[in-house]
Design a protein around this ligand. Structure first.
Ligand code: PLP
Length: 374
């Protein structure tokens, strides 16, 4: 049977990886500045992570959410400590799209409204058709009935208000730094204004931290720089360092009730063990601090390159924008210099999403290669 051909593939087959390096079947070493799309947070095959998952699978890999699972409580408590988001409750699922889908559903239940407001060039996942196809009024939020998604330009508070004041919008969903869209970020003034408008019109604010969360920007969550309190925070990618795990943090103003949300695999024992190990390593190795330091070093180097039009992003969620499409340059970096980088909707942007264990010496290797190719 052939695979359903939806991904244009590079002709490289990784078979093992360690920290910031990936190795293919010929044992060629690649520097990973892509992290499987911002997923690898604490480095590939980190010993603490490997041990935590191995020990857990020997004991109990999975059991139902209908039975007590103390690992979920441990994860919730550790998340509070590390993220400094004290006032939230945790619901676990398996991916970013699922996290956002649950967040949107909760917003619809909570407000009784159905429309969504999102921003131009945003990306929040691909699965919302699943809810639309479910025939059970207890599970399906008002979202299901003729839901409209309005898109406005990032930074345009007037456009936001003109939609929210129609009183039909249950949620505004936003990436505080756009990922797939190409790393655009607005101002603290805009984000605070947006938060106030959401409160004024009884609309929930969903921070999509699927890509930017878990330390990627040097803050635990990207929104924390702007001093706001979202109603729901969605998380995935870096949360499991490659183990599929997602979740939402839910403000206590939103009350739980039996059956409101649910999942078979979400929050299973292995997923919790993986995510607990990620949090342990983020703390013990000061990876948020490292992210800020290495990011500043990267920026200094990038500023010296005259061909770079703009440096975008924060922490280790970075982009270099050029005046020309970068696909050939990325191929040269990959096949000549053995460096993985990322792309985005902006064809002129190289994205850098490495493990947060990245060191200055790795940044040097990247810029040496880049200078040669430029
Ligand atoms: N939200 C953001 C900001 C993302 O970048 C992504 C994936 O790239 C998603 C949601 C969807 O996550 P997943 O692919 O795990 O469903």
């Amino acid at each position: 049977m052939s695979l359903f051909n939806v991904y244009p593939l590079f002709d490289i087959t990784p078979i093992r990886a360690k920290d910031v390096y990936v190795y293919d079947e010929k044992d060629i070493e690649y520097l990973d500045l892509y992290g499987g799309h911002a997923v690898i947070s604490i480095g590939h095959s980190h010993p603490t992570y490997v041990k935590a998952i191995s020990n857990q699978v020997e004991k109990l890999g999975f059991y139902s959410n209908a039975i007590q699972n103390p690992l979920q409580t441990a994860l919730a408590n550790t998340l509070v400590e590390v993220s400094k988001c004290a006032d939230y409750e945790l619901f676990l699922c398996n991916s970013g799209a699922e996290a956002n889908e649950n967040a949107l559903k909760l917003a619809s239940f909570q407000t009784g409204k159905k429309n969504i407001l999102a921003f131009n060039n945003s990306f929040h996942g691909r699965t919302s058709a699943a809810v639309a196809a479910t025939d059970n009024p207890k599970i399906v939020a008002a979202l299901n009935a003729q839901q409209v998604v309005n898109f406005v330009a990032l930074g345009d508070l007037e456009a936001v208000e003109s939609i929210l004041k129609q009183e039909e919008t249950c949620a505004v969903i936003i990436e505080y730094i756009q990922g797939v869209g190409g790393l655009d970020e607005s101002t603290t003034e805009f984000y605070q204004g947006l938060s106030q408008l959401c409160k004024k019109y009884n609309t929930l604010l969903i921070a999509d931290e699927v890509q930017s969360g878990f330390g990627r920007t040097g803050d635990f969550f990207a929104f924390q720089k702007h001093g706001i309190t979202p109603d729901i925070i969605s998380m995935a990618k870096g949360m499991g360092n490659g183990f599929p795990v997602g979740g939402i943090l839910i403000h206590p103003s939103i009350k739980a009730s039996f059956g409101l949300l649910g999942t078979t695999f979400g929050g299973n024992h292995l997923a919790c063990a993986a995510s607990l190990a990620v949090l342990e390593v983020l703390e013990s190795e000061n990876l948020l601090e490292n992210t800020k330091e290495v990011s500043a070093y990267f920026m200094r180097k990038a500023e010296k390159l005259s061909k770079v039009k703009q440096i975008k992003g924060r922490g280790l969620m970075l982009g270099l924008e050029f005046e020309f499409p970068v696909s050939e340059l990325r191929k040269k970096l990959l096949f000549t210099h053995h460096i993985f980088t990322g792309s985005s909707n902006n064809p002129n942007l190289i994205r850098i999403l490495p493990p947060l264990t990245l060191q200055k010496k790795h940044v040097d290797v990247f810029f040496e290669a880049l200078e040669k190719e430029l």
